[in-house]
Design a protein around this ligand. Sequence first.
Ligand code: COS
Length: 418
Amino acid sequence: MELLWLYYPNRPKKLFQYINQGSYTKLTRGIKKMNYFLTEEQKEIQALARKIAEEKILPIRAELDEKEEFPREILNILGETGLSGVYIAEEYGGFGKGIFELCLIIEQLSRFCTAVAVSYAANGLGLYPIIMFGNEEQKKKYLPLVATEKKLAAFGLTEPDAGSDAGGIQTTAKRNGDHYILNGTKQWITNGGEAAIYVVIALTDRSRGPRGASAFILEKGMEGFTFGKKEKKMGIRASSTTSLIFEDCVVPKENLLGKEGHGFMVAMKNLDKSRPAIGIQAVGLAQGALEESVKYARERHQFGKPIISFQAVQHLLADMATQTEAARALVYSIARYMDTNPKDVSKVSSMSKVFPTDTAMKVTTDAVQVFGGYGYMREYPVEKMMRDAKILQIYEGTNQIQRTVIGLALNKEYARKY
Ligand code: COS
């Protein structure tokens, strides 16, 4: 611990306080993972997230799901320990780390509850536009709120008639003196109603389509900004999903993010940045389902033997384990690559989402199969895991869109290089 202080003298003390409480021997056993050559600091971040997940999420995840209750207390703990600010620069109260460290945390949370993991991850989706395109004042004002004050963030792009076709948004922002006046509705916004900060994409020049879109920072409580009802979902039920409603919503001109007309680019770059965070939710979820399945297959007896001794079950588990590890290796390597700030990451970013999320759907479905009839019952965790997996193939760009992005990039790269 002391050594870490020497390396990062500006860091608030609290990050590693939590980790020193209690003993690790009580933690649940996991399946042995590959050595991904994490630094000592990355191991500490991972261990802290794991401890919080096992002690705070595992005992109540079924209840949170059943009651569709927002996990505010768990998010507060993530805020108090400093994990909410891991990817935020130190000068704004964070730890100045990258997408890779963010992924290490999300993986551990998602291993026990994807609803908690996405509520945490959505902060990144809300803040990365400010990190990438915000001016100094905007960064100083908004980033510390999440890094040190336990506030949450959200991103508003999707509309009732604009999902995959993000360029088809209809929400408008009209300049009126020192303000913009926003009108329109955003739909299915993660952390809707719970977040204090919202980055919203709206048209400042309708005639120019996507090229007339601009990004704005909104605060909960602004005049003319309200929320729709909390959606009732198939999975990730503890997370909050609402619409954002703008009726002559007054936004100061200082809250324009970047330049007018750059909103679509801001949105696309933001999605590029955040898709590994969805891929790693899938990895954590698949890992959780695999662990539950191995444990169960060792305990469940049929024909006088544990079912793990039957080849049919072994082969299912073997594929689940192999695919989960492959997904992890993919996300880890892409996240590390993206942290070197290469110019164009759309292709790899989409890859880091599409493969792990298809994998999680398969692994969780197979987990229910291993559990048989019990797997279909709500008393066992794999039922929730399979429901939670489905949204991963849909949100932040359907997997069909991810394949389109990859295909377009392949075509472009080939034309350029050969
Ligand atoms: N980074 C930066 N700029 C980008 C970009 C990226 N990743 N992708 C597109 N752009 C730019 C283009 O360069 C183009 O700029 P110019 O107007 O200067 O030429 C502009 O944005 C429009 O691009 P394009 O014509 O490719 O737009 P399309 O509407 O055809 O977009 C896809 C295509 C499918 C890639 C886009 O609509 C998309 O990603 N959709 C999915 C959205 C999504 O994930 N929705 C769920 C949201 S959940 S938060």
